[in-house]
Design a protein around this ligand. Structure first.
Ligand code: ADP
Ligand code: MG
Length: 238
């Protein structure tokens, strides 16, 4: 269970506000996408949710409990980054299991959880390979495997497909959607790609200059954009 509530979260770097009084509730098991142009504050927002960045003001709540003071490793979240550096000398199995090993989970449990994650992502037969022996899409799956091997209430994904070529991106969109249904957890997804946002999300929050312009379903955003920025950015009819 993980409802994520952002209450007036604000982040300033050296006097410059990059996320400004953001209020948003992401429901348990929802797929919410933060979309907006590069530099609008998407990654900073995600980093405040997962605990890699502390809000200058405001608070983050998981299931109603404030977590702003909790470090990243104490929060019930897992994060997938855009640059999903895998350990080059470790096998897929070791890459996926690494976080559990660090948490001193017993080996038998690690093996079991790695296998379950690999099955979910359909990479069971790649477990003994090294990253260099994998295609871009397979590597991305391993990166997703590293996140889902830990059962977390919410998964945060920061432009996970932006390093893939166009064809593979389309394929992986469907994979991530399937993963969302399979694991039945809250997904908060960040992209600058309107089509990704429109095709994958239950709801979309459109950001500009640190401010959410509109948060609504893809249909609502398309039919009734809140302002001209949303209309032009999301490609709604004039
Ligand atoms: P997005 O993910 O939407 O591209 P970011 O959240 O990464 O945007 O960045 C928002 C703004 O905050 C940018 O102007 C960026 O340069 C600035 N920023 C991000 N992180 C830092 C930091 N650690 N120190 C200073 N400025 C930062
Ligand atoms: Mg970013």
């Amino acid at each position: 269970m993980a409802e994520v509530r952002l209450e007036g979260i604000t982040k300033a770097f050296g006097g410059k506000t990059v996320v400004d009084d953001l209020n948003l509730t992401i429901e348990d098991q929802e797929f919410l996408t933060l979309v907006g142009p590069s530099g609008c504050g998407k990654s900073t927002t995600l980093r405040m949710i997962c605990g890699l960045e502390r809000p200058t003001k405001g608070n983050v709540f998981f299931d109603g409990k404030p977590v702003s003071w909790l470090p990243a490793n104490k929060r019930d979240v897992a994060m997938v980054f855009q640059s999903y550096a895998l350990y080059p000398h470790k096998t897929v199995r070791q890459n996926i299991g690494f976080a559990l090993k660090m948490m001193r989970v017993p080996k038998a449990t690690i093996d079991e959880q790695v296998l379950r994650a690999a099955r979910t992502l359909d990479i069971e037969d790649l477990l003994d390979r090294k990253p260099r022996e994998l295609s871009g899409g397979q590597r991305q799956r391993v990166a997703l495997g590293r996140a889902i091997v830990r059962d977390a209430g919410a998964y945060l994904l920061d432009e996970p497909l932006s390093n893939l070529d166009a064809q593979l991106r389309v394929l992986m969109r469907a994979e991530i959607k399937r993963l969302h249904v399979d694991v039945a957890r809250t997904f908060i997804y960040v992209t600058h790609d309107q089509v990704e946002a429109m095709t994958m999300s239950d709801r979309i929050a459109v950001m500009r200059d640190g401010v959410v312009q509109q948060c609504a379903t893809p249909g609502e955003i398309y039919e009734r954009p809140a302002n001209r920025f949303v209309a032009s950015f999301m490609g709604s009819p004039p």
